[in-house]
Design a protein around this ligand. Structure first.
Ligand SMILES: Cc1cc2nc3c(=O)[nH]c(=O)nc-3n(C[C@H](O)[C@H](O)[C@H](O)COP(=O)(O)OP(=O)(O)OC[C@H]3O[C@@H](n4cnc5c(N)ncnc54)[C@H](O)[C@@H]3O)c2cc1C
Length: 407
């Protein structure tokens, strides 16, 4: 892909940030990600560094002090940057990309005075994070498909009371859920209709009475992003905090499409890190009197890793261009890029783990971390199987597309 001047500069500054700041931090102390105090895992200086190179407030309009990218290639640039940051650390990338994705929602759906208020907070405070709350204990896959019948409705409910909405429910597995300052929450507002007609989205500031951050989920990978669980008990938000009424899921493509691209790109970055570390290792480590790469079985695996990475990148580029161009097949390409990136990079990470022998599974060596970071992506933004079902649903809307309800 040929890069614009903006993309080239962004990529260079991200690469320098990762090589000079992120990687030395990650490699310097492998125990840090296992700190059982989630708030002290990542030092503030890392997000401050991300802020300095202008990648924290991407998608925030310039008039609110953000770093606005060229709209013609915005999603392609998101992908480039997400890959570069994840090459250093996938959890850090996750922390940042949630801000970009939710900012897209805010700039599209939030009333202007709330954009002013919250974009200002985001721009001013390098530690400020955003989160997107869809998943519930009793269902996430249903929401991705979705089963558009009342029985599959979200269990989080929002009811209008005067000029406020009262929200009750629970959201789990939320990226940045533990430490975000502002949440976008999805809730059912009409139990009589399907999810695509009866789900609304709301802005919920962290200090809203009735909101409890119940826990930080201790994940196997991406540990520098604090994934959280939230409980809402008679939580009241003013009526202007309603973002989209009824059709919030139907309109969420504005978030989901770039979201899937960014997530897939992030996983590609993990694959690139696997490849770089392994390529260095096999060209220096000697077994049987010669460096590993001169053993043909090892060389074959390196070729396999490189090929899978190139194929993921090619599909990702096609899909991200389709989103920027608003192409008719953008949705299906996003699902393809997401699922392909998750499966292929998992295999790349497995090669890395195996080619490092015993070192591959040693916590202080850093390769098993990449394997864990790749594994976690199988479940993010829809599971592998659900993503494939969405692809088939798009290809055959009249048959496979009809999962539930009468034929
Ligand atoms: C690290 C991480 C970060 C996340 N971040 C967020 C976030 O920021 N916001 C958010 O809202 N969510 C988030 N999620 C949730 C994520 O989207 C869900 O975990 C994912 O969609 C799967 O849902 P589930 O865990 O409820 O699995 P389930 O839906 O319970 O699925 C369990 C298994 O059953 C299969 N399955 C379920 N239904 C069907 C079906 N109808 N047909 C065939 N197979 C089916 C699935 O493929 C899976 O294998 C995150 C998850 C992780 C792991």
């Amino acid at each position: 892909m040929s890069l614009s001047e903006e993309q080239r500069m962004m990529r260079e500054s991200c690469r320098a940030f990762v090589d000079d700041v992120v990687t030395p931090f990650i490699r310097g102390d492998w125990k840090r990600e296992w700190d059982m105090n989630p708030g002290s895992r990542l030092p503030d200086s890392i997000l401050e560094g991300a802020d300095k190179i202008g990648i924290r407030t991407l998608a925030v309009p310039e008039e609110f002090g953000g770093v606005e990218l060229d709209k013609e290639s915005e999603v392609q640039t998101f992908a480039l940057i997400a890959e570069e940051i994840a090459r250093g650390d996938s959890g850090l990338a996750d922390k940042l990309v949630q801000n970009w994705k939710v900012s897209v929602l805010l700039r599209t759906f939030a009333p202007r005075h709330l954009q002013e208020k919250w974009f200002k907070r985001l721009v001013e405070d390098p530690q400020f994070l955003l989160a997107h709350c869809l998943t519930e204990p009793r269902g996430a896959s249903d929401r991705w498909l979705p089963y558009n019948v009342p029985e599959a409705a979200m269990q989080t409910r929002a009811v209008k009371d005067g000029n406020e909405w009262v929200i009750n429910g629970r959201k789990q597995f939320i990226s940045n859920g533990y430490d975000a300052g502002l949440y976008v929450v999805y809730a059912n507002t009409n139990p009589k209709v399907g999810m695509l007609q009866g789900t609304s989205s709301f802005l919920v500031p962290r200090d809203t009475p009735g909101l409890t951050v119940a826990r930080c989920n201790e994940t196997m990978g991406c540990r520098f992003m604090n994934n959280g669980e939230l409980v809402f008990e008679d939580m009241r938000v003013p009526e202007d905090h309603l973002l989209v009424e009824g059709e919030a899921l139907a309109q969420a493509g504005v978030y989901f499409r770039p979201g899937k691209i960014i997530q897939a790109a992030k996983n590609l970055g993990v694959g690139v890190a696997c490849f770089e570390r392994t390529a260095e290792y096999v060209q220096n480590y000697v077994q049987g009197g010669r460096i590993l790469i001169k053993h043909q079985a090892v060389a074959l695996r390196i070729g396999d890793m490189a090929t899978r990475i190139a194929a993921v990148r090619a599909l990702l580029e096609q899909a991200s261009r389709a989103v920027d161009d608003k192409a008719a097949d953008a949705d299906v390409l996003c699902n393809m890029a997401k699922v392909y990136a998750s499966e292929e990079i998992m295999k790349v990470a497995q090669h890395a783990l195996e080619l490092h022998g015993g070192n591959g599974v040693m916590l202080d060596f850093g390769i098993e971390k990449l394997f864990r970071d790749a594994a976690i992506f199988l479940h993010m933004d829809a599971t592998v199987d659900i993503s494939k079902m969405k692809i088939v649903k798009w290809l055959f809307p009249e048959t496979a597309g009809k999962y539930a309800g009468p034929e």
